[in-house]
Design a protein. Structure first.
Length: 110
């Protein structure tokens, strides 16, 4: 039975399908569609992360999220070092999420 996906997959998937004897068709994404495909893939991976039922499964999905984020960074003309530098600057200026602070409300001082 044929299943239709039309989604971005990892570069090694065709070789795995070949090895499993699975018939398939792939195409190369046009450069202008990559951002949209990557965002869709990120949403897919986050959905899988939310469905994870163990720490190990969650870490596997987090690794997938990192891979998609790395591709998005590249799409925006940057690299991991630049992104980590920006992350560090934001962490220095605003902090991280280590303390678990939840903003409950704000009120205008006027």
């Amino acid at each position: 039975m044929r299943q239709t996906y039309e989604k971005l997959v990892r570069d090694g998937i065709p070789a795995r399908l070949d090895g499993a004897g699975v018939r398939y068709e792939v195409r190369r994404a046009a450069p202008e569609e990559m951002p949209t495909l990557l965002i869709a893939k990120l949403q897919e991976e986050i959905t899988e992360l939310l469905a994870a039922t163990s720490d190990n499964e969650a870490l596997e999905e987090i690794a997938d999220v990192f891979e998609v984020l790395a591709a998005l960074v590249s799409q925006h003309g940057a690299d991991e070092a630049e992104t980590l530098s920006r992350r560090a600057a934001k962490r220095e200026a605003r902090g991280g999420f280590d303390k678990g602070i939840v903003l409950r409300w704000t009120e205008d001082a006027r």
